[in-house]
Ligand binder design. Structure first.
Ligand code: ADP
Ligand code: 5GP
Length: 208
């Protein structure tokens, strides 16, 4: 039975720790590929074009949409964000699970287009810890931080659309649980239709 890659969507409020978790996941397990999104926002200090994001201009982003080069895209806090199609398709074909760290509007587009995708929502242990992490990261102004916390209020209304929630309290434990959830998802009947059909076909010879 050839292992088929799954699309795994990871969402969560800004500052929850998604980026940190993703880096650990790909470092510790070799069955994951991390999708690099395109965005029209400016790079933060330390971010590199092609590593965290492909940083592009509005007109380039609109061209990608027109060419159907993105499997989903959304506007978030005044900027465009989207997932390039080619990388995802290549890695899935190679049997890797492709992680998309995206917000909820994009997650819902993925759920509709790829019903077998696994949707995870990462939660902070509390709202206070979320604010502390956002401030502690030190990469945004006070105004931007307030905007992101206010966006979290809206985002929290969509959590039930996801398949699983995960609490990022202890980082090691959260990375381990994330891997366990994704591993289990590979064994659901709807994600193994071909294998089930094959065994059914073989069983036919025993039919009386
Ligand atoms: P996101 O990608 O969700 O916006 P980041 O990965 O940038 O969040 O994390 C936000 C801040 O919280 C960073 O400074 C990071 O080091 C810190 N952080 C992430 N996970 C944990 C954790 N489990 N415990 C403590 N601090 C964490
Ligand atoms: P940030 O600016 O903090 O890097 O990301 C802001 C939000 O955009 C986060 O919630 C992140 O998950 C989301 N995001 C990043 N890339 C994409 C993408 O390709 N598509 C969508 N829909 N959201 C994305």
């Amino acid at each position: 039975m050839k292992r088929k890659g799954l699309i795994v969507v990871i969402s969560g409020f800004s500052g929850t720790g998604k980026g940190t978790l993703m880096k650990r996941l790909v470092k510790e397990y070799d069955n994951y590929a991390l999708s690099v999104s395109a965005t029209t926002r400016n790079p933060r200090p330390g971010e590199e074009n092609g590593r965290e994001y492909f940083f592009i201009k509005d007109d380039e982003f609109e061209k990608l949409i027109a060419e159907d080069g993105l499997i989903e895209h959304a506007g978030y806090c005044g900027h465009y964000y989207g997932t390039p199609r080619q990388f995802v398709e290549e890695k899935l074909d190679a049997g890797l699970d492709v992680i998309l760290e995206i917000e909820i509007q994009g997650a819902l587009q993925i759920k509709k287009k790829f019903p077998k995708a696994v949707l995870l929502f990462v939660m902070p242990p509390s709202a206070q810890v979320l604010e502390e992490r956002l401030r502690g990261r030190g990469t945004e102004s006070d105004e931007v931080i307030k905007g992101r916390l206010s966006t979290a209020v809206k985002e929290s209304k969509g959590i039930e659309e996801y398949d699983y929630i995960l609490v990022n309290d202890d980082l090691d434990e959260c990375v381990k649980k994330m891997h366990e959830i994704i591993s289990s998802a590979h064994f659901t009947p709807d994600r193994n239709e071909e294998f089930i059909a094959e065994i059914r076909q073989e069983l036919k010879k025993f039919e009386q």
